[in-house]
Design a protein around this ligand. Structure first.
Ligand code: PXL
Length: 291
């Protein structure tokens, strides 16, 4: 049977010139972890959309052409990793692409990039949310933040949630298809300096929680960083809790490397200062199994 000598991951994300998000984060992380990244760009922007103004070139039509060429070449991908999508029609195109190209061994990671801090990003509307609700059925792994969780479930955003409620929501999302559901950016009750990640693995019916120190600054692109490390870790055969620890550790290193500087947070964490750490063994073991 044909196998890639170096595993290939197709990365369906935008290319934003300024502000470290999407492809400018995904490519260095997954390359450093030893995988070949094949970009399927969704849009080209001058900067990410949290800047007050930006140019935006929608690549929906070009994506159809790229996929057709890959079909002709009979390219095979080991992993499909999607993030920021540029139009609702793109979500349908990506849906068709995954179902046409996937094999029984493929890993499909869908990061339903929609918003943060209780609000949708400026270019995302209700149609996009609706399409994303459908796309997640295709995934093996999804990584919504707390805002995206509530949009995916059509529920109002709230930040005071018990472990039992979160477990219920994790199951509700997993019942739509994904075997693994990971929720990021969950506040810790009565502790503004900590943040948690919750995860559910349907195979084994286990719930995990990783709590890490939260430094009081907001950096765009940390969701892309987190899911890129999770994707690489799962591709290299790590278990889910080890993948969670690896990603949480890397984000924390990135934020710590950045936090001491006088700096425009919109540019994202100083990824270049910590990229080499991806080779390091896990330093912290902070995951908990929650009953
Ligand atoms: O990291 C999320 C993201 C990706 N791509 C673009 C964005 C954002 C978040 O703001 O604007 C273009």
């Amino acid at each position: 049977m044909y196998t890639n000598k170096v595993k290939k991951v197709v990365a369906v994300h935008d290319l934003s010139g300024v502000g470290r998000v999407s492809l400018t984060v995904v490519i260095p992380i997954l390359s450093s972890m030893g995988f070949q990244v094949c970009p399927l760009p969704t849009a080209v922007l001058s900067s990410h959309t949290q800047y007050p103004r930006f140019s935006f070139l929608d690549l929906t039509d070009e994506m159809v052409k790229i996929i057709r060429e890959w079909e002709e070449l009979e390219v095979q991908f080991d992993t499909f990793y999607t993030g920021y999508l540029g139009s609702p029609r793109q979500v349908q195109i990506v849906d068709g692409f995954i179902s046409d190209f996937r094999t029984p061994d493929s890993l499909v990671v869908i990061d339903p990039v929609l918003g943060d801090n209780g609000r949708l990003y400026s270019n995302i509307d209700a149609t996009m949310v609706y399409e994303m609700q459908k796309l997640i059925h295709r995934a093996d792994v999804i990584t919504p933040n707390l805002t995206e969780l509530f949009y995916l479930l059509d529920k109002p955003y709230q930040t005071e949630i018990s472990d039992d409620e979160l477990k219920f929501y994790l199951r509700e999302l997993s019942d739509k298809g994904p075997e693994v559901v990971i929720i990021t950016s969950v506040p810790v009750a009565d502790n503004p300096h900590m943040t948690s990640v919750y995860a559910y693995n349907r195979s084994g019916n286990r719930y995990w929680k990783v709590t890490c120190p939260y430094l009081p600054a907001h950096y765009p692109g940390t969701g892309d960083t987190f899911t890129s490390v999770i994707t690489g870790a799962l591709m290299q055969g790590d278990s889910l809790p080890i993948a969670l620890d690896r990603a949480a550790q890397f984000i924390l290193q990135g934020i710590r490397a950045t936090f001491g500087y006088e700096y425009d947070n919109r540019e994202g964490i100083l990824l270049e200062k910590v990229l080499h750490n991806l080779d390091m063994p896990i330093q912290i073991n902070s995951y908990e199994l929650i009953g």
